[in-house]
Design a binder for this molecule. Sequence first.
Ligand SMILES: NC(=O)c1ccc[n+]([C@@H]2O[C@H](COP(=O)([O-])OP(=O)(O)OC[C@H]3O[C@@H](n4cnc5c(N)ncnc54)[C@H](OP(=O)(O)O)[C@@H]3O)[C@@H](O)[C@H]2O)c1
Length: 227
Amino acid sequence: MPTALITGAGRGLGLEFARQYAADRWRVIGTVRDAKGKAALAKLGANVKSRRLDVTDRKQVARLAAGLKGIPIDVLILNAGVYGPKGARFGKLDYRAWEEVIRVNVLGPAAVADALIENVAASERRTIVMISSRLGSIAENRGDGDLPYNTSKSALNALAKGLAVALRSRGIVVVAMSPGWVRTDMGGRSAPLAPEESIGRLRKLIGGFTREHSGRFISHDGSGIPW
Ligand SMILES: NC(=O)c1ccc[n+]([C@@H]2O[C@H](COP(=O)([O-])OP(=O)(O)OC[C@H]3O[C@@H](n4cnc5c(N)ncnc54)[C@H](OP(=O)(O)O)[C@@H]3O)[C@@H](O)[C@H]2O)c1
């Protein structure tokens, strides 16, 4: 039975990843920040376990890694993220809020990947997925989105590519993926994609990943996105 670890698994896309992997009879470890997230995961069945994790808290990251020592993680999904302030334009930037977005969306996934790398290396599938966004593409930037979020996802992409290169010799595949615009708390009600659809597509793609995919930025429809 393969194992998936998903950060931010108490709601939104993370919860949907957990639901679908559990339904597929994977062992799922979902990280949550509160009792509400824990309760949402508990409904998914006995092969889903929750662990407490705020990705910005290094002590919690270390505790998570210590508790999982020796347990192989086939697919590590670095999903937890925040959008940050909307309407963040020059002239009205909140730098504290921007720093927090970077802490959650960039330093968080870096710390979790760093702490759990031996678990991934010990698994069969050896796959790390960073949940990015098309808004992080520098090549496609048309002024949509907001500076804190966009810059955080561009940095996350650089992290994915850097890790892919660094971990290639260990056979670890690292891919940045865009889920599309999805109906979650972050995506809002007018988003065109349902979580089931987006995550169904991502999981199918992840299931087919080989070393060839490492270091790429891939959309939910399977197409490559320019960095
Ligand atoms: N929805 C979209 O249209 C869309 C599009 C492109 C990319 N994405 C990306 O997809 C990922 C999931 O987004 P979503 O739509 O599911 O968002 P969401 O509904 O707002 O859920 C965000 C998740 O991240 C967790 N989280 C936030 N800050 C955290 C922290 N400091 N430590 C640990 N967990 C934290 C939340 O946990 P709590 O419940 O504890 O707050 C929640 O589980 C994000 O990386 C997002 O940028 C989403």
